[in-house]
Design a protein around this ligand. Structure first.
Ligand SMILES: C[S@@+](CC[C@H](N)C(=O)[O-])C[C@H]1O[C@@H](n2cnc3c(N)ncnc32)[C@H](O)[C@@H]1O
Length: 289
């Protein structure tokens, strides 16, 4: 599949509907730059992966549905999802804002899915398995159970680099304070609800044990993105969230464009395929064996 992964085509101001990952993420999260920055690389990994979405598609841990909407736009696929999440609050937002994105939305637990065996052709679990605690192994087995043989799982998950690459973790390690560094990395992960993080090989073993065969991994968020991301998560910048409620579309596009201008160089200079062992996050494609 050929995808346009070059940022900066300025479609935003021309009003075209772009499938450029950076534009898609910036337009949705212009008021939360740290999410826009992260999603642009996450979406680019999907754009580069040979994604085969066979219906029905389960969006496991769908949250408010924002990522599925972005993914559909980037992949230019006219698909709808079945959504499941444990949080009723997130589902309420998804119901209110996701339009025709979901055929149905379910409140449920990834460790005990309310679906029959082999119900889905594909499961997308974006940034979801990191948050399931305890019982990650159960949720992986449940996911395998509801996918039909030959169907695919696409999931993004944190690696052991996540938290380790953070600027303060590195500073604390370099000044000989490993205990404080561990503490800082742990608190950061917990704040971001990232409870499960393993090496790429570790994820591969867990998925194999659950009944999958890992076909491909694409790494994103290498070390050089952590500093910029750390800056974007800086509390004063979070005040930009007040702009979430801007109704004027031209103003929203202007903010998204300013964001893209600021980070375009960083986005373009990064190769799509990074060494998975050097990245904080990976996109995995696994097939149900
Ligand atoms: C980091 S968010 C990801 C949301 C969305 N997929 C995205 O990429 O933006 C993780 C989601 O997993 C959900 N979650 C955590 N544990 C769960 C469980 N046991 N069963 C179902 N959903 C769960 C949370 O409620 C949250 O919405």
């Amino acid at each position: 599949m050929h995808m346009n992964i070059e940022a900066g085509s300025n479609n935003l101001l021309r009003g075209d509907l772009s499938n450029d990952p950076f534009e898609v993420a910036a337009l949705r999260y212009y008021y939360k730059p740290y999410i826009a920055f992260f999603h642009s690389f996450e979406l680019r990994a999907y754009a580069e992966m040979d994604v085969r979405l066979s219906s029905p598609v389960l969006d496991l841990g769908c949250g408010e549905g924002a990522f599925a909407a972005e993914l559909r736009q980037v992949l230019k696929k006219d698909i709808s999802f079945t959504g499941l999440d444990m949080s009723e609050k997130a589902l309420q937002t998804a119901r209110a804002t996701a339009g025709g994105l979901y055929e149905s939305l379910h409140q449920g637990d990834a460790r005990k899915l309310p679906f029959p065996d082999s119900r889905f052709g594909t499961v997308v679990a974006n940034d979801a398995f990191v948050a399931v605690t305890p019982g990650l192994d159960l949720s992986l087995k449940e996911t395998a159970r509801v996918i039909r043989p030959g169907g695919h799982l696409y999931c993004t998950v944190a690696t052991d680099r996540f938290g380790e690459h953070a600027l303060w973790t590195r500073i604390l390690r370099s000044v000989g304070a490993p205990g404080w560094a561990d503490n800082y990395a742990d608190r950061l992960r917990r704040r971001l609800t990232c409870f499960n993080y393993f090496t790429p090989d570790g994820w591969s073993s867990l998925l194999t044990d659950a009944g999958f065969e890992v076909e491909k991994m694409i790494g994103f968020f290498p070390l050089r993105h952590e500093d910029i991301w750390g800056f974007l998560t800086w509390t004063p910048l979070r005040a930009l969230s007040v702009f979430r409620y801007i109704e004027n579309e031209a103003a929203r596009k202007l903010m998204a464009r300013a964001l893209m201008r600021a980070f375009q160089r960083r986005y373009k200079e990064t190769p799509v395929h990074n060494d998975v062992n050097e990245c904080s996050y990976i996109l995995i494609r696994a097939v149900k064996s």
